[in-house]
Design a protein around this ligand. Structure first.
Ligand SMILES: Cc1cc2nc3c(=O)[nH]c(=O)nc-3n(C[C@H](O)[C@H](O)[C@H](O)COP(=O)(O)OP(=O)(O)OC[C@H]3O[C@@H](n4cnc5c(N)ncnc54)[C@H](O)[C@@H]3O)c2cc1C
Length: 320
């Protein structure tokens, strides 16, 4: 029987799995097709890849900066250079923007290289039988583990771990906001000297020019558009049914840029029900030694990749 089953291969799941794997056997389960969670990179076919979640990382703590710089040395990460235009004219952001060399799921990929992982393995329920954990998957499969770590967004972890959580955790008010992201490709569009654009708009707030990350050469132009939170709140439950949602986000972009005449050859929209929460919790992670049940994720601390990494490090210390 494995020592630790980690649910989720996002930044927090892969970090805690990596730290625990130095001493214990670890198995990661994720419902998605690949690693990264909200930092995933969507690849549809060659030269058609988008960072549809995390856009870039700007480390604030010394420790996290050290990790990212080390990953730069290993050529897993790099600085996203070029023109980052800010039409909100907010306080000038001078911090460096780090991205993955091949995709923004680089932290998960790097940390889980040698760890046993099962994708397309959605966890349905968990049961503690006084000796070990029984983990039931939607596929009908059952997995047993001595300890379990959940790293999903708050609502999802609460749904799975429910009755095993202490009230101080299950009663937390964590408000994770939605986001709607559209991935877009134009045929033979002339390349532009822009890496990203931040808009002052009620609907469209961000556009990233994927080609500017220099990961592939293509005559097509790839853009990732992200919505405002307020607009996503109104549309997250209908974006799959109504093409109007996708079309509204795209036409905002076309109006801002004047790309109306360019031929769109690809579009795909993804809705993030739980993107991030701006207000964290009084805790950095959770460990119940008696049950051998742990939780770590960004939402304990804040809305960033760095929060997920810090939370996982905090949990590793508690387990030790
Ligand atoms: C649109 C968007 C833009 C963002 N931009 C930035 C940015 O520019 N910079 C930044 O620092 N942060 C950004 N963030 C926030 C960042 O993505 C998160 O803080 C971080 O990735 C969270 O990592 P995590 O491991 O805690 O959670 P997640 O990445 O959500 O990982 C949880 C994992 O659990 C899996 N899972 C869930 N339920 C189950 C289940 N039942 N069974 C099995 N697996 C399950 C999921 O598939 C997922 O892989 C953005 C987020 C979004 C959505």
């Amino acid at each position: 029987m494995i020592d630790f089953c980690v649910i989720g291969s996002g930044v927090s799941g892969s970090t805690i799995a990596h730290l625990l794997s130095k001493k214990y056997s670890v198995h990661i389960l994720d419902k998605a097709r690949g690693p990264g969670g909200r930092a995933s990179n969507k690849r549809f076919k060659q030269n058609l890849s988008f960072d549809h979640g995390v856009q870039y990382i700007s480390p604030k703590s010394k420790e996290f900066l050290k990790l990212i710089k080390n990953l730069c040395k290993k050529k897993e990460a790099k600085i996203w250079t070029g023109n980052h235009l800010d039409f909100t004219f907010e306080k000038k952001d001078v911090s460096e923007k780090f991205i993955g060399t091949k995709g923004n799921n680089f932290i998960s990929k790097y940390f889980t290289k040698k760890i046993k992982k099962s994708f397309q393995s959605p966890v349905k329920s968990i049961f503690y039988n006084k000796y070990f954990w029984e983990i039931k998957l939607e596929t009908g499969e059952n997995i047993q583990a001595k300890s379990i770590i959940l790293t999903c967004p708050f609502a999802q972890s609460k749904k799975i771990a429910g009755k095993y959580l202490e009230k101080k955790i299950s009663n937390l008010k964590i408000n994770m906001e939605p986001n709607i992201t559209t991935m877009l490709a134009f045929k033979n569009q002339k390349t532009v000297p822009i890496s990203s654009m931040k808009f002052n708009d009620d609907i469209l707030t961000w556009a990233a020019f994927e080609n500017s990350k220099n990961r592939f050469h293509s005559s097509n132009s790839l853009w990732t558009l992200q919505s405002s939170i307020g607009w996503a709140r109104k549309n997250i439950s209908i974006y799959k049914k109504s093409k109007k949602v996708e079309n509204t986000l795209i036409s905002k972009f076309l109006n801002f840029t004047g790309y109306k005449k360019n031929k769109i050859i690809f579009k795909k929209t993804h809705g993030w029900r739980y993107s991030y929460n701006f207000v964290g919790s009084p805790y950095k992670s959770y460990w119940n030694k008696k049950l051998r049940l742990g939780l770590c994720a960004d939402w304990f601390i804040g809305p960033k990749v760095e929060s997920a990494w810090l939370s996982a490090n905090d949990l590793a210390k508690k387990i030790k």
